[in-house]
Design a protein. Sequence first.
Length: 181
Amino acid sequence: MREVLDFFLEIIRIVILALVIVLPIRFFLFQPFIVKGESMEPTFKTGDYLLVDEISFRFREPKRGEVIIFKNPQNLSQKFIKRVIGLPGDTVEIKNGKVTVFDSQGNEVLNLTEVENLAFSVPSQERITLKENEYFVLGDNFLSSFDSRYFGPLPKKNIIGRVFFRLWPFDSLGPIPAFAK
């Protein structure tokens, strides 16, 4: 009888130790995210299982080209996945189906017609200059994305974290790089 009791006590200790280790990691460092919708196709498809790094942006600013998870500015209970294209101080221009980003000195730093895997047919829009702690985000599939073109600049406080790893599907398992721009 004593052996059975010792066995169950050991199981309880293992479970408590696992919870003490896993729960802080899950709630403060990394969280899973399952893609819903086609706004990030062909990069991500519905059902893709991703890991989100929640700690990096506490020590650095988001970078152009990174894929992030954030709270929808119009409904904070919704979480979206999009790509950062405009940083604070940048000016984003959407004109004649072309997206161009200029830095604070007026230099062109991004022309999305040059980026592979992104659809280019986008509605024209006026130039938007981003303020401090504002980002411009777009879905890779411009035709099916509710993004900064519709809800405006994304406040930094809404950013949850960056997508850094795809766990599913297994044939696409691996790290998620930002596009090089």
